[in-house]
Ligand binder design. Structure first.
Ligand SMILES: [Zn+2]
Ligand SMILES: [Zn+2]
Length: 193
C-alpha cells in the first residue's frame, strides 16, 4: 500500500467519475503476506492495529457517485485490476459514462441503498438488511444511521454518541451480564413502570 501512497497526492478525486474526493484512510492499512492480503484498521482511541475480518467493513469505502471501491493501486494505474474492483478504472469509466447517458441522475448509492446487508458497527452481532435503515439493533440499541460508512466520522448525531464510545458501553454491559441484550433491558424497564 505504501508504495502507491508515495505516488498519490491526497486528497484525490475518484479516478472513475472525478466527483468524490478521498482522503488517505489511515485507519485502513494493508499488509501483503505472500498472496493473502490482510486488512487492518487503526483504532482511533487506542491506536492499536485491529485486523478486519468482516468483508463488509473492508468494502464499505467507495465513491457514492459511481461505486468505485477505494483502491490506491488503481489510482496509480488505470489499467490495473484492483484488489476490490473486478474491472480496471478505464473499463469502469466507460461503464459509468453509459449509465450517466441512460440516466443523467445516476448515483451508485441511491441505486444500491435499498439492499445492503451489514453488521451492526457497535456489537457486530446483529445484521441490518438495508443501508441507513434507521432500524434499532436489538442487541445493543444502536440506531443504524450510516455513521459506520464514514470512517473519519464516528460520532452519530442520531445516537448522540460515537461508535467508539457506544462499543465501550456495550462491552461494559456485557462484562456485567454476558447475556445482556438492549431489547430485553427495555422490556424489563417497561415492566417496572
Ligand atoms: Zn466515482
Ligand atoms: Zn448492535
Amino acid at each position: 500500500m505504501d508504495k502507491y501512497k508515495e505516488k498519490i497526492k491526497f486528497p484525490f478525486k475518484c479516478p472513475v467519475c472525478g466527483k468524490e474526493e478521498f482522503e488517505d484512510f489511515d485507519w485502513l492499512a494493508e499488509e501483503e503476506n505472500d498472496d493473502e492480503v490482510e486488512v487492518y484498521k487503526i483504532d482511533t482511541i487506542s491506536g492499536e492495529k485491529v485486523r478486519i475480518t468482516d468483508p463488509i467493513e473492508i468494502y464499505c469505502v467507495h465513491c457514492s457517485h459511481c461505486g468505485w471501491m477505494y483502491d490506491l493501486k488503481q489510482v496509480v494505474d488505470h489499467d490495473a485490476v484492483g484488489d476490490r474492483n473486478e474491472k480496471t478504472v478505464n473499463e469502469l469509466r466507460v461503464e459509468y459514462r453509459q449509465k450517466i447517458k441512460a440516466n443523467s441522475k445516476y448515483n451508485f448509492d441511491d441505486d444500491n441503498s435499498k439492499h445492503n446487508p451489514h453488521k451492526c458497527p457497535v456489537c457486530g452481532e446483529y445484521g441490518f438488511k438495508y443501508e441507513d435503515s434507521y432500524d434499532v439493533c436489538p442487541i445493543c440499541g444502536w440506531i443504524d444511521d450510516g455513521t459506520d460508512s464514514i470512517p473519519s466520522d464516528n460520532y452519530s448525531e442520531v445516537n448522540a454518541i460515537s461508535i467508539v464510545d457506544a462499543r465501550k458501553h456495550f462491552i461494559e454491559q456485557r462484562s456485567q451480564d454476558p447475556q445482556y441484550r438492549w431489547d430485553k433491558e427495555q422490556q424489563k424497564k417497561k415492566i417496572k413502570i
